[in-house]
Design a protein. Structure first.
Length: 144
């Protein structure tokens, strides 16, 4: 009998990691550029898709660095969620990440950032699940 090749399973979902970074009671939000295909001009937290064979924390720290210039090395899982788009299904993991301090340097995919007081996010364009999660974090007191 010949040697059998192992078939790698096809991915059913993309995995996304997101970070809530708080400074003096305010959450770091990034504004997506106007040419973003899915969430143009919407506010979001740092994060993105994991690369193949990348762990959740290492991917989270990479994405935070790419999008903000911050070097984060400590985070804890907060929640999981899913999201369905024409491009496919996504599973997300949100984290509370330590604020390392320092200045923000935006990536080309964002055109603004804000340290936002949770009481002022109601009028900011963002995904409703993100808004709910920010308010949940503040009710729990985890933003302090």
């Amino acid at each position: 009998m010949g040697e059998q090749k192992k078939q790698s399973p096809s991915a059913t979902h993309a995995i996304i990691v997101k970070a809530y970074i708080w400074r003096e009671g305010k959450c770091l939000l990034l504004k997506r550029c106007a040419d973003d295909e899915e969430f143009a001009n919407h506010w979001d937290t740092p994060g993105g898709h994991l690369k193949p064979d990348e762990g959740a924390l290492s991917g989270l720290f990479r994405e935070i660095g790419e999008e903000t210039g911050l070097v984060v090395n400590k985070a804890r899982p907060l929640s999981t969620w899913d999201h369905f788009t024409p491009a496919g299904a996504r599973v997300g993991i949100s984290f509370l990440a330590d604020d390392p301090g320092g200045e923000i340097t935006l990536s080309p995919e964002h055109d603004a950032y804000a340290w936002s007081d949770p009481t002022h996010i109601q009028d900011m364009p963002m995904a409703e699940n993100l808004r709910r999660e920010i308010l949940w974090i503040t009710r729990k007191g985890w933003h302090l």
